[in-house]
Design a protein around this ligand. Structure first.
Ligand SMILES: [Fe+2]
Length: 348
């Protein structure tokens, strides 16, 4: 492990944010440390369980978990005032926005969290906070791609004709990046860019991020888009896919006038949370030093907390400069991005 400048520290360098202290100031609920908290999560149960076990060991609060890959916001909405949900953990800004739109959240009021989480990675009203970050980056052939820098805008450059692989343009990871492009350059320019990117594809959009590395390793394409953690997982934890990571390298791209596109794994407090004090305790604990370290290391994500170490493999990509665009701004353009993907026939 080695520490790299945190998101907030880098924003502070850029004059955009200041970062404060480290001591955990948990809201003291008064009812002691027992009881339970109910978490609905899009994170895989086995990925998140060790974290909750550590929380229970420290606080005595039992964590009950419901894990699913879709429909959790709708479920909480349908359960209404009787919903047992205290906390919803998501892996993407779009689900967080859905939760807010459905009215199933309540503001989390915590000075502690406001000090720790940079403004771009939380809701101004406190309806959600980022817990960890992932970046949308380039996987590139070690053999055929010599450069180590690239701008997202350059993906439409004809120099890449027939050399790019990508998953569906409608997948939320790509959709969020395209929404970011709209925020940066507007819809007309983004449409042009998308057409250029489509013209550079080696094959129809398909597979997931891991398959992009697979196809690069097989020589079908030279570069493609993937999230930061998949590459680390293939390298370190998926022996059958290690060769795909070995054949590729990770380049941290940036927008021409900005940083690298990031998304968040975030947390919301359910509107009718029956165990609100314990929910707040858990949320604040997840931004604590220990949890941030564990989270980053187990899931190969970037901690949002200042000074928390980044996993060695992830740190090996270079220093991440997250684009300072507020994620809420990006969420507003997702529908436009989806429409553009259809308009240019990106997936066909
Ligand atoms: Fe993922």
């Amino acid at each position: 492990m080695r520490a790299v400048p945190s998101y907030a520290a880098r924003l502070a360098l850029a004059g955009a944010a200041a970062l404060l202290g480290h001591s955990a100031v948990f809201a003291q609920p008064g009812q002691g440390t027992s009881g339970e908290v109910n978490v609905y999560t899009y994170r895989e149960a086995k990925l998140i369980q060790p974290l909750f076990d550590a929380f229970t060991k420290e606080t005595g609060v039992k964590v009950n978990m419901i894990s699913a890959s879709m429909g959790l916001e709708q479920r909480i909405a349908a359960e209404g005032v009787n919903s047992p949900a205290d906390v919803l953990l998501t892996v993407d800004i779009s689900r967080i926005e859905d939760a807010i739109r459905l009215g199933i959240t309540q503001p989390i009021r915590s000075d502690f969290l406001d000090k720790l989480v940079p403004p771009a990675l939380r809701d101004p009203e406190g309806h959600w906070y980022g817990v960890s970050m992932r970046a949308r980056v380039i996987y590139a052939s070690k053999e055929r791609v010599k450069q180590n820098e690239i701008a997202y805008e350059e993906l439409a450059d004809p120099v890449w004709k027939g050399r790019i692989c990508i998953r569906s343009g409608q997948h939320s990871y790509n959709n969020a990046l395209f929404a970011g492009m709209i925020v940066k350059h507007g819809e007309t320019k983004t449409e042009e860019w998308l057409r250029g990117l489509k013209a550079n594809l080696a094959q129809k959009p398909s597979g997931g991020d891991r398959e992009i590395a697979r196809d690069i390793a097989a020589g079908k394409c030279d570069i493609g888009l993937g999230n930061t953690y998949y590459w680390a997982l293939m390298l370190n934890k998926e022996p059958d896919k290690k060769a795909w990571a070995d054949a590729t390298k990770v380049i941290l791209p940036t927008f021409k006038d900005g940083g690298t596109h990031v998304n968040v794994s975030g947390v919301v407090l359910a509107k009718n949370a029956p165990n609100k004090a314990n929910a707040l305790k858990l949320i604040e604990w997840m931004l604590g030093e220990k949890a941030q370290h564990m989270y980053a290391d187990m899931n190969y994500e970037y901690p949002v907390r200042s000074g928390a170490p980044v996993n060695t493999t992830i740190a090996g990509y270079g220093v991440l400069w997250p684009d300072p665009m507020p994620l809420s701004m990006l969420a507003e353009r997702r529908k436009s991005a989806a429409n553009l993907v259809d308009k240019v026939g990106f997936d066909h």
